[in-house]
Ligand binder design. Structure first.
Ligand code: FAD
Ligand code: N01
Length: 546
């Protein structure tokens, strides 16, 4: 392996698989997805190698260490369910776990299932090529390692490819610049400093109140205001936890029947049938409960523009009520539909703008012109800064896959195949790319669901498919172009029946200059599970197994 002068291939050759390959499967990524995939395949007797760019396990929760980072799906649900003992034993301390606690959990999982020995850390996969003659993949890392495997499984994450805009003069800035998605392990000293944060999506909204606490002055550079609802986070008592644990299986199954795979009670009524009083009462109730369940107050918030506007109006009124300066409140108020961009969940975000050490910089009045040695120039005026925080998001869903040079049958590049937007069969398979699977890939529920059960669904399905092939002596599995086209059409059809595609968002690739505008996820976790199960039960319809 790189670093000790011996290549991975040489190291592993003596213990190659029955087919003369280095591994049965290579998995890329060691977050929730890669860890469970490793466990699943290894338990089935496969020889597996995981490559991970980071120094440790955890994926999202390894990289996003910024102050305030936490999940917004309740901890009791944002966790694995594949092992009943693990699920019973682990104790969460808060309704929404912090980054540190989730990372500790994933480290515990890695140790409990002895996963670390299967992972090569600080190793980034650069290329992957399908060898048609051998029916297997050859994977190369940035360090020059080269390994072969029958299966290639991308557990590279939907929100792992950080996006840093190409600001003029960035390299000239002499202070510290850090992206929320690659926060230094040692932390960033912002106490008594002049801090600028660029971006007001979920990351910006979480980090802002934390930075405001100790910065001398915080400048929040906002291009688009965002909708946010309070998390109402609180400690999680053992009584509450035990109640869920007593019926955990049932609880999880119930959550999976909801469109997002999260436990909430979807309002039975249409917002359009409710009078002013009922709207106010229901929205107040869900606002007080906190979290993403806000948009479940009525059944049609994502299906009807008019219904959606009632929820948006309510949040706009809340902003006007919380933020004391009316001009600042107005600048913080979105006038789009709510939820088309991922709804943010916060702890005192809007209230932070009542602090005397916080200034909102509205970039719609004048954009960022350039970075200088000592700050950022906006609309001709320099804001002097010591630290700049980039909360500018990710090249979501396709970014991490396309940053690797992946070539399938006939040497076709994935980048070329997806030039007009990604297409997959069931989110995990791509015609022309045999024996390759993506966990929570494009056209799967992924980011519109609780990602942990979505990941488990995909890992189980992929593991079962590989098991099916091995039992029957099949070497190669490949989605047909017809099956892929049919699935993509279905994904679009479902999306068009909702309000999601009506606004610019990273769900449609609008945050990345030049990215094709295509709605990327599939809406509806239960329908997805049903389709995947049906395909498997019928002997993998839509696939050719040879
Ligand atoms: P990741 O955790 O992203 O792991 C992918 C790993 O692959 C990374 O460690 C990366 O280094 C590695 N990798 C990528 N490319 C390569 C390569 N070429 N070579 C080697 N390694 C590579 N989802 C929810 O459902 N609920 C939440 O509350 C929630 N909160 C979030 C909060 C934040 C701050 C962020 C950024 C995301 C959040 N998400 C949430 C989404 C989150 O990404 C998923 O829930 C989940 O953690 C994804 O796990 P994963 O294993 O699929 O991917
Ligand atoms: O990224 P984003 P994120 N000049 O893309 C702005 C998950 N997550 O990291 O809206 C100035 O949402 C951009 O402005 P605009 C969650 O799924 C969850 O915050 O494009 N500004 C926007 O304000 C989430 O959706 C949690 O006009 C620029 C911001 O940067 C996803 O990760 C916490 C700019 C980017 O927002 C991504 O969230 C964190 C430029 N050139 C993340 N370019 C939880 O709470 C971009 N921006 C669970």
């Amino acid at each position: 392996m790189a670093g000790n002068g011996q290549s991975t291939a040489t190291q592993t050759r003596e213990i190659e698989t029955a087919d003369g390959l280095d591994f049965d499967a290579v998995v890329v990524g060691a977050g929730f997805a890669g860890l469970y995939m490793l466990h699943k395949l290894r338990s089935a007797g496969l020889k597996v190698c995981v490559f991970e760019s980071g120094k440790g396990v955890g994926g999202t929760w390894y990289w996003n260490r910024y102050p305030g980072a936490r999940c917004d799906v309740p901890s009791m649900e944002y966790s694995y369910q594949f092992d009943p003992d693990l699920q019973q034993e682990w104790e969460w301390t808060e309704r929404y776990a912090s980054q540190g606690e989730i990372l500790k959990y994933l480290e515990h999982v890695a140790d409990r299932f002895d996963l670390r020995r299967g992972i090569r850390f600080e190793t980034t996969v650069k290329t992957a090529r399908f060898d048609e003659a051998a029916g297997s993949w050859v994977v190369e890392t940035e360090g020059g390692d080269r390994v072969s495997a029958q299966f290639l499984i991308m557990a590279t994450g939907c929100l792992s490819a950080r996006y840093t805009p190409d600001f003029e003069g960035m390299e000239a800035f002499e202070g510290m610049v850090c992206h929320t998605g690659k926060w230094p392990e040692a932390g960033v000293d912002t106490a008594g400093k002049r801090v600028g944060v660029i971006g007001t999506g979920s990351s910006g909204i979480q980090v802002t109140p934390m930075l405001a606490r100790d910065a001398e002055h915080l400048f929040v550079l906002q291009r688009s205001p965002a909708y946010s609802v309070p998390s109402q986070n609180r400690p999680l008592g053992s009584e509450e936890q035990n109640e869920i644990k007593a019926r955990y299986g049932e609880f999880r199954a119930e959550a999976k029947r909801n469109r997002a795979g999260i436990m909430y009670v979807l309002g039975e009524n249409s917002a359009l049938d409710a009078d002013g009083q009922e709207l106010q009462r229901e929205y107040e109730k869900t606002w007080d409960v906190g979290g993403l369940g806000f948009t479940a107050a009525f059944r049609d918030i994502f299906d009807s523009v008019e219904a959606n506007k009632t929820a948006a109006d309510f949040v706009r009124d809340k902003i006007a009520y919380i933020v004391r300066d009316p001009a600042v409140a107005e600048a913080l108020t979105p006038h789009t539909l709510i939820g088309c961009k991922r709804l943010c969940v916060d702890a005192n975000y809007f209230d932070t703008f009542n602090r005397s050490n916080v200034t909102l910089v509205d970039l719609r009045k004048g954009p960022i012109e350039r970075f200088t040695k000592t700050g950022i120039v906006v609309a001709g005026t320099e804001i002097p800064l010591d630290v700049i925080v980039l909360a500018t998001g990710f090249d979501a869903i396709t970014g991490a896959l396309l940053r690797i040079d992946i070539r399938g049958r006939g040497g076709i590049e994935l980048k070329q195949k997806w030039a007009e937007g990604p297409g997959t069969y069931l989110g995990h398979s791509i015609a022309g790319f045999p024996n390759m699977f993506a966990i929570t890939g494009p056209c799967s529920p992924s980011v519109l669901s609780n990602l942990v059960p979505s990941i488990e669904q995909d890992v189980d399905w992929i593991g079962d498919c590989i098991g099916y092939m091995r039992e029957r002596g099949r070497q190669v599995v490949e989605a047909t172009p017809e099956a892929e086209a049919g699935w993509v059409a279905h994904v679009n059809d479902v999306a068009q029946r909702t309000i999601y595609p009506l606004e610019d968002s990273w769900y449609v690739g609008a945050n990345i200059p030049g990215k094709p505008r295509v709605f990327l996820p599939y809406i509806g976790f239960p329908d997805y599970v049903e389709r995947c199960t049906e395909v498997a039960d019928r002997g993998y319809t839509g696939y050719v197994l040879t």
